[in-house]
Design a binder for this molecule. Sequence first.
Ligand code: 7TS
Length: 412
Amino acid sequence: MSQQAQPLDVERLREDFPILQREFDGTQLVYLDNAATSQTPEPVIDAIGDYYREYNANVHRGIHQLSQEASVAYEEAHDRVAEFIGADGREEIVFTKNTTESMNLVAYAWGLNELGPGDEVVLTEMEHHASLVTWQQIAKRTGADCRYIPITDEGRLDMDAARELITDDTAMVSAVHVSNTLGTINPVGELADIAHDHGAYMFVDAAQSVPNRPVDVEALGADFLAFSGHKMCGPTGIGVLYGKQQILEEMEPYLYGGEMILKVTFEDSTWNELPWKYEAGTPLISQGIALAEACDYLDDVGMENVERHEAELAEYAHARLTEHDDVEVYGPPGDDRGGLVAFNLDGVHAHDLSSILNDSAVAIRAGDHCTQPLHEVLGATASARASFYLYNTREEVDRLVEAVDDARQLFA
Ligand code: 7TS
């Protein structure tokens, strides 16, 4: 964690998020479901409104003024996102619908063409379904195999096993950076080094890291990296695929149609330059522009500060929840995790717990968090999960803990 991290002025920041003022039956909302989706600050909401009020037009096709304004803003949004994650430029930033689509893009455009019998895709036991199901199904179609790096009892990756599993047969290593269930921060840079030693590509699922900590694609050694706008103060309907320029140049397109072509005849077509080669049809214009605004917002707050704030809340929540030994918290110790805590209360199903918390206006997620195989490893069918963001407070963690106490008493 960076030495320069500053405490956040959370009360000030909360004013930017109108939804946080909502009350249910006179009780103020405590929103702790940020790993599912984050709330949206006024400047991002305004960016969407301004676009539709002032310069809504299709991009890259009109000579008229509105289309030119929209095109410039849309293109510059790619530059802004590139800067946010330390990419070389807009050529390496493809706008997609979400993390899931970014993964499918690579799995279809690269995997279907490049994988075959004898090839292996190495994943981790803590992958989100977005990556696990995608690679599993592409492997089935190509005759490749998926291998899974196991987790230790503490919920970390077993790196000795990783070094054995990644071999010259490995074509792709795809790992989640921060687990959305365990909160584990995985050594993806180390995995990338091992992958590269064996001539494999490294795909980083950064859905839970780019919103919550400084991420630099070059420092991580990622060949591909994916994340979603809606988890980082941006709108829904926008995701990002980062890809190294040379690899994106070599890969086949994923979707065909308008926008992504250079020249078309009845016989054949050639492809537009990067990143437009991967953005077929009318793209995510307002969403992309608003995502760039979200990057500005987060950089103003400071990603080191966001990281530290979340880590403190997670440590506090971990400590308070485990004051009672009928609570099992999954994942590594409280001071070494991303900003979320998944847990179970003895004898209470996570869905019931979540419903009781909802009665106190505390919003958490309950279920398998799209990590069913991981829950099987954990020996649980479901868990409750509180996930924090820059606008959450220790008092809100206290509200969570009080509501868990209510559930404990109700089911005692
Ligand atoms: N990867 C990880 C690690 C995630 O946490 C999620 C979403 C995704 C991929 C998929 O992102 P999407 O934007 O394409 O849906 N995770 C969660 C979650 O934990 N609760 O709701 C969504």
